[in-house]
Design a protein around this ligand. Structure first.
Ligand code: FAD
Ligand code: EPU
Length: 338
């Protein structure tokens, strides 16, 4: 049953644990409710926020509008052949439940993305990625409903214009669609096991054959060792994106910081770890009011308890200014500021 509440508290609905209220909160339990709600055309992007699990959001204050959460959670196999399957998963299904389901059913592709918080409907928004995989590699199509008129639209993977932590839903289509379900193409045979990121291969060695389940377990172990658990310490994962630099800018920076790690992406582009720049600028573990930079992962900002969104935002600005002064690079935020 669709739920509507007014002046609704959102502390439990954002992993930073920011204690704010929304003027109105609507929970949708099926696609039909979404179509009905949006066909009136009363929702516009500037006073309506689609919320998933709230794990990539920072509320800077109370929300003077309507927060809509889609909680339908079905997952189905649409097509199956000897070597692959196309599955569809509803927006409200917890992302990691989907990965667990895929691994249990011998379907490969999502295992490196184990342990990422949030809902399936948000996965295409920033093209979630971790441990050598990006979700765009597995996405077949994204189904959505227009907030302006309730019309349905299917975006092909190409139309989603995926990039590093980027898609059409963060640009031209920002705030215009509710993603209702996502189709994935997964392997059933000849899985492409990816072990090249960081110490993943080493972690898997002690687990026998590199099966889908072993990759999932190893990724979860590595993540648990370095990322703070949001149920204990409020955070939204990486607060900033890793900067991607052109050769000139990269060469200049490498001359200044010869020990700076980097990854060559091809086409004259280099990715530099923002965590390294933040740590180099002296921010790792530092606290400003009730906000802090995590002591094990400098890319993660944390709420030490009772922080306001504005305090976290202020800390993020201080870091951006300081890193820019040190390196000439202006970091961009990954987390969505509301
Ligand atoms: P929300 O935070 O609720 O929303 C994020 C954005 O998507 C908002 O703009 C929202 O309006 C929009 N949105 C959400 N659902 C929909 C929908 N159905 N339709 C339209 N718009 C929608 N991310 C990674 O990529 N890799 C990681 O390794 C990673 N690790 C993390 C670790 C931790 C501890 C935490 C807290 C976060 C991490 N994240 C990571 C970030 C986050 O988990 C992902 O971005 C996730 O996909 C966000 O999902 P969500 O449902 O919580 O989205
Ligand atoms: N590093 C430091 N100091 C630190 C942490 C890291 O200098 O405190 C340096 C090290 O050189 C390390 C490098 O940064 O080798 C990369 O660190 P890590 O492997 O932890 O990855 P990251 O770049 O910090 C990215 C994603 C994560 C994802 C991991 C694993 C972004 C913005 N973040 O983090 O995604 O889980 O790789 O693939 O791309 C998220 O998006 O919220 C997120 C957690």
């Amino acid at each position: 049953m669709q739920m509507i509440k007014y002046n609704y508290p959102l502390k439990k609905y954002n992993t930073f644990g920011i204690d704010i209220h929304t003027r109105k909160f609507v929970r949708l339990d099926n696609e039909q409710q979404a179509t009905e709600l949006f066909k009136e055309g009363t929702f516009f992007s500037d006073n309506c926020l689609i919320l998933g699990g709230g794990s990539n959001i920072l509320f800077s204050g109370d929300y003077d509008g309507t927060v809509i959460q889609a909680l339908f959670r079905d997952v189905k196999i649409l097509e199956i052949s000897t070597d692959s399957a196309i599955i569809t998963a509803d927006a409200g299904l917890e992302w990691d439940k989907l990965v667990e389901w895929a691994v249990k059913n011998g379907l490969g592709g999502l295992e490196n993305l184990s342990g990422i918080p949030g809902h399936t409907g948000a996965a295409p928004i920033q093209n979630i990625g971790a441990y050598g995989a990006e979700v765009s590699e597995m996405i077949n199509a994204v189904h959505a409903i227009s907030l302006e008129n309730g019309d349905r639209r299917v975006f092909s993977a190409e139309e989603c214009r995926f990039g590093y932590r980027d898609s059409i839903f963060k640009n031209e289509m920002k705030g215009k669609y509710l993603i209702t379900r996502v189709e994935f193409r997964l392997s059933r045979d000849h899985h492409n096991i990816k072990l090249s990121y960081g110490n993943l291969e080493q972690e898997i060695k002690g687990r026998g054959q590199p099966t889908l389940a072993a990759v999932r377990d190893a990724v979860i172990k590595i993540r648990n060792d370095k990322l703070p658990d949001p149920s204990l310490t409020g955070n939204a994962g990486s607060f900033f994106k890793n900067p991607v630099l052109e050769t000139d800018q990269y060469t200049k920076l490498k001359k200044k910081f010869s020990d700076m790690p980097s990854w060559e992406l091809g086409n004259g582009l280099y990715k530099v770890p923002a965590a390294w720049l933040i740590e180099k600028a002296g921010w790792k573990g530092r606290q400003v009011g009730r906000a802090a930079v995590h002591h094990r992962q400098a890319l993660v900002l944390v709420n030490l308890g009772g922080a306001k969104g504005s305090e976290i935002l202020k800390l993020s600005r201080m870091i951006m200014d300081s890193v820019e002064e040190m390196s000439g690079i202006r970091l961009s935020r990954e987390v969505n500021i509301i």
